[in-house]
Design a protein around this ligand. Structure first.
Ligand SMILES: [Zn+2]
Length: 303
């Protein structure tokens, strides 16, 4: 799918102020991860993801850990946020969440208390909101036929309005943000976090003109699942939903398996094949040791 990474938004998606470009403009080049976290992550690995958010699945199928023409996930900036929001509440939320996110990413042992869970939840909701608007028709002033053409080129999700409403987005500033986003996290101890894993799975709700979205993302030992809208998808038990009323001993068992992780994707033939390969211990070891040796994620050809 074609890239759409230079699309600019007219108004800040979090406060509705006009965005202007240039050195003295109000537009921020917000890192989706936040700069401090991006730096932390990039020291450890070299993940690359397609900047096309509509990909239902990503690079494992290309037999290479990088996808041509894509940027490291930590370098993805959004053109949708003003400097005031970025330097203000978004930065505060990021600073609050960072130590806990680091522990989750490292797979450290810690007591994940409700306050920390709420901080991580708010941070991941921001991520969901940015991905949601970037994969929608927001600020695209096109006729129906032009929009159809655009969606055909850049991904069908761009035909639809954002799933998270404008009012919900503006409420991220407040401490009790309750949009229709389910935030789930799990611990993964295999190779997943070392390869490219970032997917948006759409499903169109026949009763509403919106697309429901499921975002999967793996960073280090942390597997993240964001469910936006009225999904009938049942998440694997190895994920826990934020926030729980009590502290959780992290890392929490059962750990997320490859099978759990890929269950969150659309069940295409390719995904079915990956699940089948990774379920067989011998096959999985071969794939993993090949990856450790060569950095290449290679699956046998489907029979
Ligand atoms: Zn703003």
């Amino acid at each position: 799918m074609a890239k759409d990474e230079h699309r600019k938004f007219r108004k800040c998606i979090f406060c509705n102020s006009e965005l202007t470009g240039g050195e003295n403009g109000t537009r921020s080049r917000e890192h989706i991860f936040g700069k401090s976290l991006a730096e932390f992550v990039s020291h450890k690995t070299h993940w690359v993801v397609p900047t096309d958010f509509d990909s239902q699945f990503t690079a494992p199928f290309d037999n290479t850990p990088t996808t041509k023409g894509s940027s490291p996930i930590t370098n993805i900036t959004s053109r949708s946020v003003c400097k005031t929001c970025n330097g203000g509440f978004l930065r505060e939320q990021l600073e609050d969440a960072t130590p806990h996110l680091r522990s989750l990413i490292n797979g450290s042992r810690f007591s994940f208390d409700p306050t920390a869970q709420e901080m991580v939840r708010l941070y991941l909701c921001r991520f969901a909101i940015i991905v949601d608007v970037e994969t929608s028709n927001l600020d695209l002033e096109l006729s129906t036929s032009e929009l159809e053409e655009y969606a055909a080129k850049h991904g069908p999700l761009r035909y639809f309005d954002p799933t998270i409403s404008r009012t919900e987005r503006w409420q991220l500033k407040s401490s009790d943000f309750q949009a229709n986003i389910r935030v789930l996290v799990g611990h993964h101890s295999g190779l997943l976090g070392k390869i490219i894993e970032f997917g948006v799975v759409p499903s169109i709700n026949p009763f509403a003109d919106i697309a429901e979205k499921r975002i999967s993302l793996v960073i280090g030992n942390l597997s993240i699942l964001l469910i936006i809208g009225m999904h009938d998808f049942v998440p694997p038990q190895s994920y826990i939903e934020l926030c729980q009323p009590d502290a959780i001993c992290w890392p929490k068992k059962p750990f997320v398996t490859y099978d759990d992780h890929y269950a969150t994707y659309s069940q295409t033939e390719q995904i079915k094949w990956i699940r089948q390969c990774m379920r067989q211990r011998k096959q999985r070891r071969k794939i993993e040791s090949n990856f450790n040796r060569t950095g290449i994620w290679k699956l046998p050809a489907p029979k």
